[in-house]
Design a protein around this ligand. Structure first.
Ligand SMILES: [Zn+2]
Length: 185
C-alpha cells in the first residue's frame, strides 16, 4: 500500500498554506484510526486526509506541507476553503445499527473520547498555523456534502438526545476553543 504523488495528494503551490481546518467522518462505523488510515493509503481510492482520530489515538496520515485530496478544488468551494489551503481531519465514527450506512440514518455518532482527542489536535493546529476558530469548518460548510454526519443536520443527535447534530457541532467548536485557550499567551 502506498500513495502516489498527484494521484492521492499533491504539493501545495507557493501561494498556498494551511488557513482552514476541515472536519470529516469516514462513514465506516466502528473502524479505528488505523483502519481508516489504511483505507486512505490504498492508492486506488484517490483520496486522503492529514489526520485520523479515534478514541485512543491521533494518527498522522500525511504531512501538512502537502495538500490532501479531502474537500475538493476551488470551483466547488462555497467559502474559499479548498484542498490547497486546508488541513483535513477524519474523526472516526460509530453507529447504533452498523448494518446500514446510509447518510440519511440518524444514529451516527462520534465517541466522546474521539471528540476530546480531536479538540486537542485542532487546538494545537490552530496555534501552530494561526488559524481562528471561524476557519474550523465541516466538509458540509465547504461543499454542502453531509459530512461529518454526526455534526450535520437539524435532526436529533445520536450522541446527546435533546441536542441536534448542528448544535453538537457548535458545542464541539467550543471544546476546541477552550482547549486552544489552555495554551495561554
Ligand atoms: Zn468529508
Amino acid at each position: 500500500m502506498a500513495w502516489v504523488l498527484n494521484e492521492n495528494y499533491r504539493r501545495r503551490n507557493s501561494n498556498e498554506r494551511p488557513e482552514w481546518i476541515v472536519i470529516h467522518y469516514p462513514a465506516m462505523p466502528g473502524a479505528n484510526a488505523m483502519r481508516v488510515r489504511n483505507y486512505f493509503y490504498d492508492e486506488k481510492h484517490k483520496t486522503s486526509s492529514h489526520f485520523c482520530v479515534d478514541d485512543d489515538e491521533v494518527l498522522k496520515v500525511l504531512d501538512v506541507k502537502y495538500a490532501a485530496y479531502h474537500v475538493g478544488g476551488k470551483k466547488t468551494s462555497q467559502n474559499g476553503c479548498y484542498n490547497g489551503n486546508s488541513i483535513g481531519i477524519d474523526l472516526c465514527d460509530d453507529k447504533v445499527n452498523k448494518r446500514s450506512i446510509r447518510v440519511e440514518d440518524n444514529d451516527w455518532f462520534i465517541h466522546a473520547e474521539t471528540m476530546r482527542n480531536a479538540a486537542h489536535l485542532i487546538a494545537g493546529l490552530m496555534r501552530q498555523y494561526n488559524i481562528p476558530i471561524e476557519r474550523v469548518v465541516r466538509h458540509y460548510d465547504v461543499t454542502r456534502k453531509r459530512c461529518p454526519r454526526p455534526f450535520v443536520g437539524n435532526d436529533a443527535s445520536a450522541n446527546y438526545p435533546g441536542m441536534t447534530c448542528n448544535e453538537l457541532w457548535e458545542d464541539f467548536k467550543k471544546k476546541c476553543l477552550s482547549e486552544y485557550r489552555k495554551f495561554g499567551r
